[in-house]
Write a protein that binds this ligand. Sequence first.
Ligand code: ZN
Length: 255
Amino acid sequence: MKSDLYVLAYHRVNDIRDDILSVSTKRFREQISFFKSQGYRSIALQEAMTKKPEERNIVITFDDGYQDNYHCAWPILKEFGFTATIFVTAGYVDEKKQFAWNDNPVTPQELDYCLTREQIKTLTSEGVEIGSHTITHPFLAELPLDLAKEEIQGSKSMLEDIIEQPLFSFCYPSGSFNDEVRNLVATAGFKAAVVTPGSNTGKVSPGDPYTIQRVGIYRDDNLQSMRIKLSSFWRLASRTSLGGSIRKLRRLIAN
Ligand SMILES: [Zn+2]
Protein backbone atom coordinates (compact mmCIF):
# COMPACT_ATOMS: atom_id res chain seq x y z
CA MET A 1 0.00 0.00 0.00
CA LYS A 2 1.20 3.46 -0.73
CA SER A 3 -0.62 6.67 0.00
CA ASP A 4 -0.29 9.74 2.13
CA LEU A 5 -3.97 9.58 3.02
CA TYR A 6 -6.72 6.99 3.03
CA VAL A 7 -10.29 7.86 3.94
CA LEU A 8 -12.24 4.77 5.04
CA ALA A 9 -16.03 4.54 5.15
CA TYR A 10 -17.58 2.34 7.82
CA HIS A 11 -21.17 2.26 9.05
CA ARG A 12 -21.42 -0.13 11.98
CA VAL A 13 -19.22 -2.19 14.30
CA ASN A 14 -21.06 -4.76 16.42
CA ASP A 15 -21.54 -8.44 17.15
CA ILE A 16 -25.35 -8.49 17.16
CA ARG A 17 -26.19 -7.91 13.48
CA ASP A 18 -25.30 -9.87 10.39
CA ASP A 19 -26.03 -7.23 7.76
CA ILE A 20 -23.52 -6.08 5.19
CA LEU A 21 -22.90 -2.76 6.99
CA SER A 22 -21.96 -4.41 10.30
CA VAL A 23 -18.28 -5.20 10.80
CA SER A 24 -17.62 -7.51 13.77
CA THR A 25 -15.53 -6.19 16.66
CA LYS A 26 -12.95 -8.92 15.93
CA ARG A 27 -12.52 -7.83 12.32
CA PHE A 28 -12.54 -4.16 13.23
CA ARG A 29 -9.83 -4.71 15.82
CA GLU A 30 -7.73 -6.61 13.24
CA GLN A 31 -8.10 -3.78 10.75
CA ILE A 32 -7.21 -1.02 13.20
CA SER A 33 -4.33 -3.07 14.57
CA PHE A 34 -3.06 -3.52 11.00
CA PHE A 35 -2.98 0.22 10.35
CA LYS A 36 -1.27 0.79 13.68
CA SER A 37 1.39 -1.81 12.86
CA GLN A 38 1.98 -0.15 9.48
CA GLY A 39 2.72 3.17 11.17
CA TYR A 40 -0.44 5.00 10.17
CA ARG A 41 -1.60 7.93 12.25
CA SER A 42 -5.36 8.33 12.51
CA ILE A 43 -6.71 11.85 12.08
CA ALA A 44 -10.19 13.31 11.73
CA LEU A 45 -11.25 14.59 8.31
CA GLN A 46 -11.06 18.19 9.51
CA GLU A 47 -7.42 17.73 10.51
CA ALA A 48 -6.63 15.97 7.25
CA MET A 49 -7.94 18.93 5.33
CA THR A 50 -6.42 21.70 7.41
CA LYS A 51 -3.14 20.60 8.99
CA LYS A 52 0.24 19.85 7.52
CA PRO A 53 0.12 16.29 6.24
CA GLU A 54 2.29 13.60 7.75
CA GLU A 55 3.71 10.62 5.91
CA ARG A 56 1.02 8.06 6.70
CA ASN A 57 -2.40 9.29 7.66
CA ILE A 58 -5.71 7.54 7.79
CA VAL A 59 -9.17 9.03 8.26
CA ILE A 60 -11.76 6.63 9.66
CA THR A 61 -15.33 7.75 8.97
CA PHE A 62 -18.67 6.29 10.04
CA ASP A 63 -21.97 7.04 8.30
CA ASP A 64 -25.40 7.45 9.94
CA GLY A 65 -24.37 7.73 13.62
CA TYR A 66 -25.24 4.32 15.07
CA GLN A 67 -24.83 3.86 18.83
CA ASP A 68 -22.51 0.93 18.17
CA ASN A 69 -19.97 3.52 17.02
CA TYR A 70 -19.90 4.70 20.64
CA HIS A 71 -20.19 1.35 22.41
CA CYS A 72 -18.17 -0.96 20.13
CA ALA A 73 -15.94 0.99 17.71
CA TRP A 74 -14.80 3.86 19.89
CA PRO A 75 -13.26 1.74 22.70
CA ILE A 76 -11.17 -0.14 20.09
CA LEU A 77 -10.10 3.05 18.34
CA LYS A 78 -9.14 4.60 21.68
CA GLU A 79 -7.14 1.55 22.64
CA PHE A 80 -4.94 2.07 19.56
CA GLY A 81 -4.78 5.84 19.94
CA PHE A 82 -6.97 6.35 16.85
CA THR A 83 -9.77 8.82 16.22
CA ALA A 84 -12.73 9.07 13.83
CA THR A 85 -15.19 11.30 12.01
CA ILE A 86 -18.83 10.32 12.54
CA PHE A 87 -21.56 11.61 10.20
CA VAL A 88 -24.72 11.82 12.29
CA THR A 89 -28.29 11.81 10.96
CA ALA A 90 -29.39 14.70 13.16
CA GLY A 91 -33.13 14.00 13.27
CA TYR A 92 -32.56 10.67 15.02
CA VAL A 93 -30.47 11.90 17.93
CA ASP A 94 -32.06 10.81 21.24
CA GLU A 95 -34.84 8.96 19.37
CA LYS A 96 -35.25 5.46 20.71
CA LYS A 97 -36.20 3.99 17.36
CA GLN A 98 -34.49 2.41 14.39
CA PHE A 99 -33.43 4.46 11.40
CA ALA A 100 -36.22 4.40 8.81
CA TRP A 101 -34.10 2.50 6.28
CA ASN A 102 -33.50 -0.36 8.73
CA ASP A 103 -36.17 -2.98 8.77
CA ASN A 104 -34.65 -5.60 11.02
CA PRO A 105 -37.31 -8.22 11.65
CA VAL A 106 -35.93 -8.62 15.15
CA THR A 107 -36.55 -6.28 18.06
CA PRO A 108 -34.23 -3.30 17.78
CA GLN A 109 -31.62 -2.92 20.46
CA GLU A 110 -29.83 0.12 21.78
CA LEU A 111 -26.92 -0.48 19.38
CA ASP A 112 -29.31 -0.05 16.44
CA TYR A 113 -30.39 3.42 17.53
CA CYS A 114 -28.75 6.75 16.77
CA LEU A 115 -26.24 8.29 19.16
CA THR A 116 -27.64 10.33 22.02
CA ARG A 117 -26.77 13.97 22.74
CA GLU A 118 -24.71 12.88 25.71
CA GLN A 119 -22.77 10.34 23.67
CA ILE A 120 -22.09 12.92 20.96
CA LYS A 121 -20.84 15.37 23.60
CA THR A 122 -18.57 12.72 25.12
CA LEU A 123 -17.17 11.68 21.74
CA THR A 124 -16.50 15.32 20.88
CA SER A 125 -14.72 15.92 24.17
CA GLU A 126 -12.54 12.87 23.47
CA GLY A 127 -11.45 14.15 20.05
CA VAL A 128 -13.94 12.56 17.63
CA GLU A 129 -15.12 14.86 14.84
CA ILE A 130 -18.88 15.04 14.36
CA GLY A 131 -20.08 15.75 10.82
CA SER A 132 -23.55 16.03 9.30
CA HIS A 133 -25.48 13.38 7.40
CA THR A 134 -28.63 15.57 7.06
CA ILE A 135 -31.72 15.47 9.29
CA THR A 136 -33.70 12.54 7.82
CA HIS A 137 -31.24 10.86 5.38
CA PRO A 138 -33.10 11.69 2.13
CA PHE A 139 -31.85 11.34 -1.46
CA LEU A 140 -30.80 14.98 -1.64
CA ALA A 141 -30.57 15.10 -5.43
CA GLU A 142 -34.24 14.12 -5.67
CA LEU A 143 -35.55 16.78 -3.27
CA PRO A 144 -36.81 20.26 -4.19
CA LEU A 145 -33.92 22.63 -3.50
CA ASP A 146 -35.58 24.37 -0.56
CA LEU A 147 -36.07 21.04 1.23
CA ALA A 148 -32.52 19.94 0.45
CA LYS A 149 -31.32 23.26 1.87
CA GLU A 150 -33.29 22.69 5.07
CA GLU A 151 -31.84 19.17 5.45
CA ILE A 152 -28.31 20.52 5.04
CA GLN A 153 -28.51 23.77 7.01
CA GLY A 154 -30.93 22.43 9.61
CA SER A 155 -28.73 19.46 10.45
CA LYS A 156 -25.76 21.76 10.82
CA SER A 157 -27.58 23.93 13.35
CA MET A 158 -28.95 20.93 15.26
CA LEU A 159 -25.56 19.28 15.64
CA GLU A 160 -23.72 22.54 16.37
CA ASP A 161 -26.22 23.10 19.17
CA ILE A 162 -25.01 19.83 20.71
CA ILE A 163 -21.25 20.04 20.17
CA GLU A 164 -21.06 23.84 20.65
CA GLN A 165 -18.59 24.34 17.80
CA PRO A 166 -18.88 24.79 14.03
CA LEU A 167 -19.30 21.69 11.90
CA PHE A 168 -16.67 21.21 9.22
CA SER A 169 -17.64 18.04 7.34
CA PHE A 170 -20.69 16.69 5.53
CA CYS A 171 -21.62 13.33 4.01
CA TYR A 172 -24.28 12.96 1.26
CA PRO A 173 -26.73 10.17 2.29
CA SER A 174 -26.57 7.28 -0.18
CA GLY A 175 -24.18 9.32 -2.33
CA SER A 176 -27.13 11.30 -3.69
CA PHE A 177 -26.01 14.72 -4.84
CA ASN A 178 -25.70 16.95 -7.90
CA ASP A 179 -24.08 20.33 -8.57
CA GLU A 180 -26.90 22.24 -6.83
CA VAL A 181 -26.74 20.05 -3.72
CA ARG A 182 -22.96 20.31 -3.62
CA ASN A 183 -23.24 24.11 -3.77
CA LEU A 184 -25.84 24.14 -0.98
CA VAL A 185 -23.38 22.23 1.23
CA ALA A 186 -20.66 24.78 0.50
CA THR A 187 -23.01 27.74 1.04
CA ALA A 188 -24.16 26.29 4.38
CA GLY A 189 -20.60 26.69 5.62
CA PHE A 190 -19.28 23.15 5.45
CA LYS A 191 -15.64 23.02 4.35
CA ALA A 192 -15.57 19.44 3.11
CA ALA A 193 -17.94 16.69 1.99
CA VAL A 194 -17.43 13.00 1.36
CA VAL A 195 -19.15 10.84 -1.21
CA THR A 196 -20.18 7.20 -0.89
CA PRO A 197 -18.15 4.41 -2.46
CA GLY A 198 -19.86 3.01 -5.53
CA SER A 199 -23.17 4.85 -5.40
CA ASN A 200 -22.70 8.49 -6.27
CA THR A 201 -25.21 10.28 -8.45
CA GLY A 202 -23.16 13.45 -8.92
CA LYS A 203 -19.87 14.33 -10.53
CA VAL A 204 -16.86 13.40 -8.40
CA SER A 205 -13.98 15.75 -9.18
CA PRO A 206 -10.51 14.91 -7.86
CA GLY A 207 -9.76 18.53 -6.90
CA ASP A 208 -13.08 19.22 -5.21
CA PRO A 209 -13.19 19.32 -1.37
CA TYR A 210 -16.93 18.62 -1.62
CA THR A 211 -16.56 15.26 -3.38
CA ILE A 212 -13.88 13.47 -1.36
CA GLN A 213 -13.75 9.77 -2.18
CA ARG A 214 -13.53 6.99 0.41
CA VAL A 215 -12.87 3.29 0.57
CA GLY A 216 -15.92 1.39 1.89
CA ILE A 217 -15.27 -1.35 4.45
CA TYR A 218 -18.09 -3.87 5.01
CA ARG A 219 -18.92 -7.06 6.92
CA ASP A 220 -17.15 -9.43 4.54
CA ASP A 221 -13.88 -7.53 4.32
CA ASN A 222 -11.00 -9.39 5.91
CA LEU A 223 -7.50 -7.98 6.09
CA GLN A 224 -6.62 -9.29 2.65
CA SER A 225 -9.63 -7.87 0.83
CA MET A 226 -9.21 -4.58 2.66
CA ARG A 227 -5.60 -4.33 1.49
CA ILE A 228 -6.61 -5.11 -2.08
CA LYS A 229 -9.29 -2.41 -1.95
CA LEU A 230 -6.81 0.11 -0.61
CA SER A 231 -4.21 -0.75 -3.23
CA SER A 232 -6.65 -0.47 -6.11
CA PHE A 233 -8.01 2.74 -4.61
CA TRP A 234 -4.49 4.13 -4.57
CA ARG A 235 -3.82 3.07 -8.17
CA LEU A 236 -7.03 4.73 -9.27
CA ALA A 237 -6.28 7.77 -7.14
CA SER A 238 -2.85 8.08 -8.75
CA ARG A 239 -4.40 7.90 -12.20
CA THR A 240 -6.96 10.54 -11.39
CA SER A 241 -4.43 12.55 -9.40
CA LEU A 242 -6.45 12.27 -6.19
CA GLY A 243 -3.24 11.97 -4.18
CA GLY A 244 -1.99 15.31 -5.44
CA SER A 245 -5.38 16.89 -5.15
CA ILE A 246 -5.63 16.04 -1.46
CA ARG A 247 -2.47 18.04 -0.88
CA LYS A 248 -3.90 20.81 -3.03
CA LEU A 249 -7.15 20.71 -1.08
CA ARG A 250 -5.35 21.01 2.20
CA ARG A 251 -3.59 24.15 1.00
CA LEU A 252 -6.82 25.51 -0.40
CA ILE A 253 -8.72 25.01 2.82
CA ALA A 254 -5.87 26.13 5.07
CA ASN A 255 -5.78 29.50 3.28
ZN1 ZN B 1 -26.13 6.95 5.46
